[in-house]
Design a protein around this ligand. Structure first.
Ligand code: HEM
Length: 408
């Protein structure tokens, strides 16, 4: 075994990190995560333009990063460096002023307002509608299809449409835009990708502005109407909340459906287990999200001089927390490279942790629990007919954009 000097190790960590965050997707980033975990749980990375940057790669370090109040979302100052000109676009202004980018009391007020709509109990109330949506879509499927287009997009649109109070067709149309604008969360994207993001994001914001206007004129008994009424004159805040809930609530579930379906195709023994024993659906959902996390990493800033894993982190320092690397950390997950739907429960980082823990986790779990057993029972011989394509950039938001299958 070659023993590398610390300087060589930090150069290797930098090389891996730069490959990881490039604007083109990686089919298999997991060996790189493994190597980062081996080199050190917490690395300093020297990046031009950003003063102090770190990568947390193990479960313990990422958990601590997410839970400590000294760390929070990137500030407007950081966003100026990573996404210059964001103030000039309505879409980036909306996203970067949402709860996902707020800290402390500013964050809590916004989150508390909608939290009650996404508790496990409230979410359970959507079960029957989600089951109907799944059945209606699966009834129409068969033969050769792109499963992203034929299943992941419409199923997610009907689900988030149900939760927010939007017709499925509108949710599908706006969902396509939200997915194309998903790069807004990516720390690194090419200029072309940023331009496409702004174009799609502008359409998304315009769509929601029109939808909220409609609710102002004609209130319904739904979450969008609640936002409009609660925020009253502050139309911008209602828009910010609606666009974030929808964007976050559409993107990752679409990825979960595509990545999960592919995992079952590639692991027929695991598909068989879920087909034969639907009570495994819950643990299968956790395992899909652990093994192929739709949110691979999160970015945090230090809000004061502090330390992590014994390394000083100055006020303003930026830390990349690799959720997907933490999810395969052998210290918390035995045999982590194995996809095992019957795995004993472990605390994964798929929905993050701490103050920004995913608001929609109960809804995402319910979607998976409803959809996958149905899909696997109806199409026991589902197989790939071509090479699936990953979305770009994909270093933060991992998912497929094309999944050609034969359903039988
Ligand atoms: C498989 C599906 C999903 C995954 C893997 C996922 C993952 C995550 C992760 C990792 C975060 C934390 C991001 C960070 O801290 O920077 C997050 C936040 C969030 N998620 Fe999800 N999510 C999913 C589905 C949903 C759904 C269905 C909704 C529905 C509304 C939703 C709404 C949100 C919101 C609003 C936040 C921001 C919370 C805050 O800042 O306090 N997510 N999600």
């Amino acid at each position: 075994m070659t023993v590398l000097a610390p300087e060589n190790l930090s150069q290797e960590a930098l090389r891996i990190f730069l490959r990881m965050i490039r604007p083109r997707p990686l089919a298999d980033p997991y060996p790189m995560y493994r190597r980062l975990r081996e080199i050190a749980p917490f690395h300093t990375i020297r990046l031009p333009g950003l003063a102090a940057t770190y990568v947390a790669a193990t479960h313990a370090e990422v958990s601590e990063l997410l839970r400590r109040k000294e760390f929070g979302p990137l500030t407007p100052g950081h966003l100026d460096l990573l996404s210059p000109g964001w103030h000039g676009h309505r879409f980036t202004r909306v996203m970067y002023t949402s709860m996902a980018f707020k800290h402390g009391a500013d964050h809590r007020t916004r989150r508390d307002l909608v939290f009650k709509d996404f508790t496990p109990r409230r979410t359970e109330g959507h079960r029957a509608a989600i089951e109907r949506a799944a059945d209606a879509i699966l009834d129409r499927l068969g033969g050769e299809v792109d499963l992203e287009e034929a299943l992941a997009l419409p199923f997610t649109a009907l689900t988030i449409g149900e939760a927010l109070g939007m017709p499925g067709s509108v949710a599908l149309e706006l969902g396509r835009l939200a997915r194309a604008a998903g790069t807004v969360f990516e720390p690194m994207a090419s200029a072309r990708q940023r331009a496409a993001e702004i174009e799609a994001g502008t359409g998304l914001v315009d769509g929601f502005a029109a939808l909220l206007d409609e609710r102002r004129r004609k209130p319904e008994r739904d979450l969008l109407t609640f936002l409009v009424k609660h925020h009253g004159e502050d139309e911008e805040e209602a828009l910010v909340q609606a666009v974030l809930l929808f964007g976050a609530g559409f993107d990752s579930p679409v990825s979960m459906v595509g990545l999960g379906s592919r995992l079952f195709i590639e692991h027929p023994d695991q598909a068989w287990l879920v087909r034969e024993d639907p009570s495994l659906a819950r643990s299968a959902a956790e395992e899909i999200l652990r093994y192929e996390s739709p949110v691979q990493l999160v970015v945090r800033a230090a809000y004061a001089d502090t330390e992590l894993a014994g390394t000083p982190v100055p006020d303003g320092g930026v830390v990349f927390g690799l959720l997907a690397a933490g999810n395969r950390d052998p210290l918390v997950c035995p045999d982590p490279e194995r996809f095992d739907v019957a795995r004993a429960p472990i605390q994964t980082l798929s929905f993050a942790a701490g103050a920004h823990y995913c608001l929609g986790a109960p809804l995402a779990r319910l979607q998976a629990e409803i959809l996958f057993p149905r899909l696997l029972r109806r199409f026991p011989d589902m197989r790939l007919t071509g090479e699936p394509r990953y979305r770009s950039p994909g270093s933060m938001l991992r998912g497929l954009e094309y999944l050609p299958v034969h359903l039988s």
